[in-house]
Write a protein of this length. Sequence first.
Length: 202
Amino acid sequence: MKLYNKKDDIFNLLLLIILPNMAVPFLGILTLVVLNLDNDINSLISTLITMFLSFVIIPYILIKKLYNINITYLGIKKLKPIEISFYIFIICIFEFYLLYKKYSFEPLLILSVQTTIVALTEEFWARGILFYLLKKILNKKWSIILVDALIFTFITHINEPFIDNLIYRLPGSILMAFVYSRKEKLIDSILIHFILNMIAYY
């Protein structure tokens, strides 16, 4: 693992905030031009390509090159069978509830896949990559949680109204960062992110 001073860590953090957020609109436009987005499958493919390249592939290549770290430092941990069963159970209950209350099967399936892509990719970046760097820069747990939540809320969602970000996204971002900080397992914050986004669409 390479050692950097705090100034280098801050520069690396800024790089890993700016680059993925600039890649999203660029790759979104590129997939829009390349793919015919007149159907749900192409729209899902566009989301998958844009989000995985912007928030997973590019940041991981950079952080691996900069710090030569193992992926477990970014919240990717092996799950026990009981944990997998628990997460599947929670998602199934939630999905059945939505199916019963509002959605028909096909729109719910498409929304669930898209929301899963967004939750996985944004959490890997916000809680995995950024949290790792913020721990190198800041000393206090709550400082790390708040700065991480502020970056995610106001930079990643800069195109959304400020009041919506303040009232809706910031509390959720704080919750996801807090939950991640307890065990540093991405699956926990991914599940919360998925549920919060599904509720927002509901």
